[in-house]
Write a protein that binds this ligand. Structure first.
Ligand code: FNR
Length: 357
């Protein structure tokens, strides 16, 4: 348990590689096929520029924002990521503590290493969402939704971009199988995930999802349902039409459709289609304060990080997670001040340049 002395988020990957076993590290860090989309996710942030506003009289920007009715101290949230026990013995429980300490929003994965209620309890009253991988087994879906509600979770993230797992070569090379149980699977279905590869785990998840499924989930639960894995304006409109309370723009951190665009490159068009009807969450490749700024200026209400927070967890438990979010917030504050934006709402009103260097 230690505060991390962080220079930047990208450098955490190498540090984490030294302490996470090879199979787990490959699963966490890798993307699919040639990893073009994984790399494009970073590069895309160079496609837009923030114009300095030197005479704007801004001092001490404020990161507070309210999304889905929840007051947050930062627009940066924890993306739902599976099996955090690979990074740290305490897994999601520590991630929840770290995120709560910065006043952020935590999302739990269906494939968490700790149970919905344990993770929720660790969040110290801070809002949490539960991410659902829709199963073919409808009673399983309902059990998880009920359990989330009972645990005090405030929203459901329905991930729709993983009806088959991306072709991830690191996992094949390492013959990767989850070394730790997934408590959410134990309770309601056969097996607990331990000793299985990602393909086997995904095999019980729904292998086709359409608007009717979104409708069914949204009408079952009274929690807001946010549809994750949207990269096209058409899908965003289908999701909203089916009752989605939020659209989550993501390409799963380059782990699913390799050859697809960088998530940032499609964000503005998706946000334009959503047109303020529901909040927009964005992720994939966010590592810098300037990335967060650009995403918000392009239409995101919340910006999520996946891998950097897991690396923070590996390196320093709850404190490490807290340090990662704190560092990103600090970079964001610098950018906001130099760009003449006092608040998150000011960022939303900012026009970026689009010079393709
Ligand atoms: C993920 N992601 C993910 N998404 C989801 O909806 N459910 C899940 O269980 C997981 N699991 C998962 C595990 C690991 C190890 C990673 C790296 C990612 C995707 C995640 O929510 C998010 O979209 C990406 O992590 C964002 O990209 P960056 O920030 O990692 O670049």
């Amino acid at each position: 348990e230690k505060k991390l002395n962080i220079l930047n988020l990208p450098e955490l990957e190498q540090q984490a590689k030294e302490i996470i076993p090879t199979g787990g590290f490959g699963y966490i860090s890798g993307g699919s096929e040639d990893e073009w989309t994984l790399r494009a996710n970073r590069k895309a942030f160079t496609h837009k520029q923030i114009v300095p506003r030197a005479l704007s009289n801004i001092e001490k920007p404020v990161l507070d924002t309210t999304v889905f009715g929840f007051p947050l101290k930062t627009p940066v949230m924890m993306a739902p990521t599976a099996a955090q026990g690979l990074a740290h013995a305490k897994g999601e429980v520590d991630t929840a503590k770290g995120v709560a300490a910065v006043g952020g929003l935590m999302a739990q994965s269906t494939y968490s290493s700790t149970s919905i209620s344990d993770t929720a309890a660790a969040g110290d009253g801070a809002p949490q969402f539960f991410q659902l991988y829709m199963s073919k087994d409808w009673t399983f879906n309902e059990s998880l939704l009920d359990e989330a509600k009972k645990a005090g979770v405030k929203g459901i993230i329905l991930t729709v971009d993983a009806t088959v797992d991306g072709y991830r070569e690191a996992d094949i090379i390492n013959n990767f199988q989850f070394p730790i149980p997934m408590p959410n699977l134990t309770q309601y279905s056969e097996g607990n995930g331990q000793g299985k590869g990602i393909a086997e785990i995904y095999a019980s998840a729904a292998q086709k999802i359409g608007p009717k499924d979104v409708e069914r989930i949204a009408s079952y639960t009274d929690l807001p349902v946010i549809v994750k894995g949207i990269e096209s304006p058409e899908d965003a409109l289908y999701a909203i039409g089916a009752g989605a309370a939020g659209v989550y723009v993501s390409n799963h951190g380059g782990r699913q459709l390799n050859g697809g665009p960088a998530s940032f490159d499609v964000l503005a068009d998706v946000a334009k289609a959503v047109n303020g009807k529901v909040p927009v969450i964005f992720d994939s490749g966010v590592r810098r304060g300037s990335d967060v700024f650009k995403a918000i200026a392009s239409g995101a209400d919340l910006v999520a990080i996946g891998r950097p927070a897991i690396y923070g967890l590996a390196l320093g438990g709850a404190q490490g997670v807290q340090s990662v979010f704190k560092h990103l917030d600090q970079e964001l504050e610098i950018i906001m001040q130099l760009a003449g934006t006092k608040t998150i709402d000011d960022i939303k009103k900012t026009n970026l340049l689009g010079i393709n260097y």
